[in-house]
Design a protein around this ligand. Structure first.
Ligand code: ADP
Ligand code: 5GP
Length: 185
């Protein structure tokens, strides 16, 4: 039996369905561990500090960077996001699978520092469907949607940098494919 890569990065354009797929997967398999990032973005309705993100201000984020506490970090659509290093290393030390849901810039940094990481790209069935999902989510203003769609063009153009592409047509199917890649089911 071949050994599974223990660190998996899931990336893809904003609105493609990353959070939805991961939530679906973790409902079935709560033991799948997802890193909780730090961000300077404000919480959306329903988001809780320490659950979806550690919501921090700019000063706190500066400190995380200065203290070397982030495995990677990036500016995305005007906000900073980063992966707390220690929690990831602790899980890997225990031999448990680790999942990061981060943007393209973060995925590139992880590939650089941990070449054994498995990079998974979540793609939309079409550009029109991506626009529909991002707009339909109703959590961002039109300006922010436009900024995220501009970033989406860059992310879609980088798909070939990833080891695997999954197309998010069916949440159930993609969640099952991701579980298989994680070596969980
Ligand atoms: P991301 O985390 O990639 O930014 P979300 O998980 O927030 O994206 O999903 C964006 C929107 O698309 C949400 O309203 C979600 O319900 C919807 N969505 C996700 N996956 C699918 C799918 N396979 N088919 C239809 N709608 C989807
Ligand atoms: P959102 O604001 O929609 O939650 O996330 C915006 C983007 O930031 C998404 O592409 C998401 O994957 C990415 N992101 C979330 N956490 C991190 C992180 O810790 N590092 C990086 N580089 N990107 C992140």
């Amino acid at each position: 039996m071949s050994e599974r890569p223990r660190l998996t990065v899931l990336s893809g354009p904003s609105g493609v369905g990353k959070s939805t797929v991961v939530a679906h997967m973790r409902k079935q398999f709560p033991e799948v561990w997802l890193s909780v990032s730090a961000t300077t973005r404000h919480p959306r309705p329903g988001e809780r500090d320490g659950v979806q993100y550690h919501f921090v201000d700019h000063e706190q984020f500066d400190k995380l960077v200065a203290n070397g506490e982030l495995l990677e970090w990036a500016v995305f659509a005007g906000n900073r996001y980063g992966t707390p290093r220690q929690a990831v290393l602790d899980k890997l030390d225990k031999g448990e699978p680790v999942l990061l849901e981060i943007d393209l810039q973060g995925a590139r940094q992880v590939k650089e520092s941990m070449p054994e990481a498995q990079l998974v790209f979540l793609a939309p069935p079409s550009w029109e469907e991506l626009v529909r999902r991002l707009t339909g989510r109703g959590t961002e203003s039109q300006d922010v949607i436009d900024e995220r769609l501009a970033a989406a063009k860059v992310e879609l153009a980088a798909e070939a940098e990833f080891d695997t592409t999954l197309v998010n047509t069916s949440v159930e199917q993609v969640a099952a494919e991701l579980l298989a890649l994680l070596g969980v089911a």
